[in-house]
Design a protein around this ligand. Sequence first.
Ligand SMILES: [Zn+2]
Length: 271
Amino acid sequence: MPELPEVEVTRRSFADRIAGARIASVTLGKPLRWPLGCAPDDLVGRRVLGVRRRGKYLLLDLDEGLLLLHLGMSGSLTFAPAGVPAGTHDHFDLLTNQGLLRLHDPRRFGAVVHAASEADPVARKLLGHLGLEPLGDTFQVDAFHAGLKQRRSAIKQVLLAGDVVVGVGNIYASEALFLAGIRPTTRADRISLPRARLLHTAIRDVLGRAVEKGGSTLRDFSNAQGESGYFQLEAAVYGRAGLPCRRCETPVRLLKQGQRSTFFCPVCQRP
Ligand SMILES: [Zn+2]
């Protein structure tokens, strides 16, 4: 599944090139997760102002309204010169005078949804519940800590839920908690402000490094544990059960939280 860094790298790969483009035609393939929400022809003649990202959604701002794109489980976007006919798994083609934006999505859990504005109920339904943006200016320590205070679940679960901070997937959560020295099972509301500060820094560090890595290696990536969409980070704990902790040499432990693998060092990560 594409993770936040991959979506951000995708955005950077075409945002500048599509800005200012005029839409010439829109072609839909098989149905995606949600309907487009307007007639494809309604988009013809609209101009693309730019591309933003919110969580794992890409927001294509038009001179009237916007398109929300999600890559789902297996989607990928390309922006290239027009000419290659759509294949079996290409389900959305946005042809512009500057190139063709194409959504390739074999499993069709992705979506392209039109909304009149971000205040439109359609957009609010998709974006409204999202937590803080980890790479943005709104991700401040105080707001993050206040969010954690509201939650009594294990910190790892709270990170994965995405309603306090978005985009911290399974691998990134394990790695960030190691960097911050926090046991994944620690209750979120019991994390002190100084520890929340460490975790805040760690999340930005892990995701920021993944975006940097991804910039040079944009392609489908699956790791040994079968978790796809993660750019290859040099993992400190993830996937290293039984191997010595890189900091203290205690064997790294593995536990299951909500059916997801969690890796941690019992010495470096305090409850
Ligand atoms: Zn350790």
